[in-house]
Design a binder for this molecule. Structure first.
Ligand SMILES: Cc1ncc(COP(=O)(O)O)c(C=O)c1O
Length: 409
């Protein structure tokens, strides 16, 4: 038995039973047995630019050669971290805001939750501590993110979580309004993914995000968009806040900021939130050893430049149109019940357990992610039409073989 303990996995499973990925180029991964796979989920919803991009690898290598590591706790800084923060802010709806850096989405979430409570404390609203979360929301697995999760199974079994979280049903703005009318003076913030990703790729109902913005404004609560999946071109704009034209007070990001080449995450704060932190004499008593890690943020800068140079934000619309074509044909044939998503993130609703279909698709050389009765796709935005067609064909083959009663419907 290997000593490696895998995340979200059965510790009893033998290391030899895992698929051992040894290399990647473009959208194609190769395992140790030589078998090739289309990376239809972009590692874990993140590899916008595809694998093996020289520009990013060279930028990381250059930075490692110059300065591999150093912290940016006061009084230190490095110009790579400052440049990355500027670049990220410029692409966001808060170009004049501030950017805090971490390594994981979970760190970004905990940072945003802590800062939202800190801001309310500083405003004198000491009992404004409640965070509203949505059913199906996924916000990482640190204690803050676990408490913010709307996926029950991920919250259970850890003992007491962080207090003062209230869950609202995902798509019910009226229910959120009722919680606000009852607890408004105590609500510090709402946290939501603009498109719920790991919970099954669920689009926000029309007017939902706008409604949350309104409720937050009415009750002096902060709106946090968790764009750990949605950011960096995934939804057709740099950020989903821009896709849906709703501006939150804070945006958490990770994943696509480096396409996964190095671990970087962070929180973008509005000018107003930043102004509260910029009060003279106020010291931020929060941070991570690897905040602004030079080799990591060098990957972010290079990755953002690749997304720009390759026009991948625009290209995500084309990718979306190709998936929609494939899924609508499968729905018309009765192979899938429905589909949902936009641009570079989609789910096909099967109406039955998706795991056996995923397993068969792996045999056919295509990686997708099963979430209950749906299959999620979130590939590199560089994916070709032929590769999308190959993914759709593998899904159709697996469904034809394993769910034949649906095809004859
Ligand atoms: C929306 C969202 N938030 C937070 C996280 C947590 O990120 P990490 O796994 O890097 O801690 C994830 C990870 O999938 C995510 O999808």
């Amino acid at each position: 038995m290997s000593r490696l303990l895998h995340p979200f996995s059965y510790a009893s499973k033998a290391e030899a039973d895992y698929i051992n990925i040894v290399s990647g180029e473009g959208v194609v991964l190769t395992a140790d047995d030589g078998k090739q796979y289309i990376d239809g989920i972009g590692s874990l919803w993140l590899c916008q630019v595809g694998h093996g991009r020289r520009e990013i690898i060279d930028a990381i290598t250059t930075q490692l050669n110059q300065l591999a590591t150093y912290n940016i706790f006061d009084p230190m800084t490095n110009n790579v971290a400052a440049e990355a923060a500027d670049l990220i802010a410029e692409k966001s709806p808060h170009p004049d805001g501030r950017v805090f850096l971490g390594c994981s989405g979970s760190e970004a979430i905990d940072t945003a939750l802590k800062i939202s409570r800190m801001i309310q404390q500083r405003r004198g609203a000491g009992d404004k501590q409640i965070i509203l979360r949505r059913t199906r929301g996924y916000h990482g697995t640190n204690f803050g993110g676990t408490s913010a999760q709307g996926i029950e199974g991920n919250r259970e079994g850890w003992g007491d979580l962080v207090p003062h979280f209230i869950e609202v049903p995902s798509d019910d703005l009226e229910a959120a309004a009722r919680v606000f009318s009852e607890h408004g003076p105590q609500i510090a913030a709402v946290i939501t993914e603009p498109i719920q990703g790991a919970g099954g790729v669920h689009m926000p109902p029309d007017g939902y995000l706008e409604g949350m913005r309104r409720l937050c404004d009415q009750h002096n609560s902060l709106l946090i968009f968790d764009e750990v999946i949605c950011g960096f071109g995934r939804t057709g704009s740099w950020f989903a806040s821009q896709t849906f034209d709703v501006t939150p007070d804070m945006i958490t990001f990770a994943k696509g900021v480096t396409s996964g080449y190095m671990p970087v995450s962070g929180v973008i704060m509005s000018k107003q939130v930043a102004a509260e932190l910029e009060q003279p004499g106020l010291k931020l008593m929060h941070g991570y050893t690897y905040s602004g890690h030079p080799a990591c943020v060098a990957a972010a800068i290079a990755n953002i430049n690749v997304i720009e140079a390759d026009g991948l934000v625009d290209r995500s619309h084309h990718v979306g149109a190709e998936f929609e074509k494939g899924f609508s044909a499968m729905a018309a044939d009765g192979m899938i019940e429905s589909y949902r998503g936009t641009a570079g993130i989609w789910a096909a609703e099967l109406g039955h357990d998706a795991l056996p279909i995923r397993d068969r698709m792996l045999e056919l050389g295509v990686i997708v992610r099963p979430i209950g009765t749906s299959l999620a796709v979130c590939p590199p935005l560089t994916i070709s039409d032929a590769e999308i067609a190959q993914m759709i064909e593998a899904m159709a083959t697996a469904l034809n073989e394993l769910a034949p009663e649906r095809t004859s419907a």
